[in-house]
Design a protein around this ligand. Structure first.
Ligand SMILES: [Zn+2]
Length: 211
């Protein structure tokens, strides 16, 4: 255990548990180890079991959240590069909040279903359903917040003007250039091209004029 991890453990013990109104969903503690240049979560199968999710549903999204390449094999999640337990835990918690926990009853007995292009979280316990991005209040994209895809349409606020006169917006880690938009507008933008973390889009609809 690194100094940082042990400090973190101690800090956690100092902080009182939040008062919960019902059953709290608990994941098993992650067993994280270094293997050469990779980082391995040894008990990832137990994590999947606790969430009642298949690896296919979880691994790709989680890797994207962490920003790592990797794969699931022999009940273990293997990440390329060096990642702290804290980071992996944090991204996993985010994943659980968005994709597993029912926002109505806070239980994990849920299923992910596709409704057109929208991913919907359905709760077996109480029957509630919501789009998975509903809890992500800081982003305004229509699709999953992690990715900007070619052909996708996103609701964005134009924060700046680029050198070529295009509006500039930020979606997650992407910088989006939106032709035909002006600073201050909120627009629906269709992405024509993605290159690395740059996205090139055009205005489909102006939702809010600049003030
Ligand atoms: Zn529910």
């Amino acid at each position: 255990m690194s100094d940082y991890d042990s400090l973190l453990e101690r800090a956690k013990e100092e902080i009182p548990e939040p008062i919960s109104t019902g059953e709290r969903f608990e994941l098993p503690d992650l067993e994280v180890a270094k293997e050469g240049k990779a980082t391995v979560v040894r008990n990832f199968a137990d994590v999947l079991d606790a969430m009642n999710r298949e690896p296919d549903e979880v691994v790709a999204r989680l890797l994207r959240e962490i920003g790592a390449a990797g794969n699931y094999e022999d009940r273990r999640l293997k990440l390329q590069g060096d990642h702290s337990r804290h980071t992996i835990q944090d991204r996993l918690d985010r994943y659980v909040e968005s994709y597993v926990i029912c926002s109505e009853c806070s239980r994990p007995d849920t299923n992910l279903v596709k409704d057109g292009r929208t991913l919907v979280l359905q709760c077996d316990a109480c029957g509630a359903h919501r789009p998975v991005q509903a809890r992500k209040q800081t982003t305004q994209v229509e699709e999953e917040a992690e990715a900007v895809e070619e052909g996708g349409t996103y609701e964005v606020k134009i924060e700046d003007t680029g050198r070529q006169g295009d509006g500039v917006a930020h979606v997650d880690k992407f910088t989006m250039f939106v032709s035909g938009s002006r600073k201050g507008q909120v627009v629906k933008a269709k992405v024509n091209n993605v290159s690395g973390t740059l996205a090139f889009a055009e205005v489909v609809e102006v939702i809010e004029e600049a003030t």
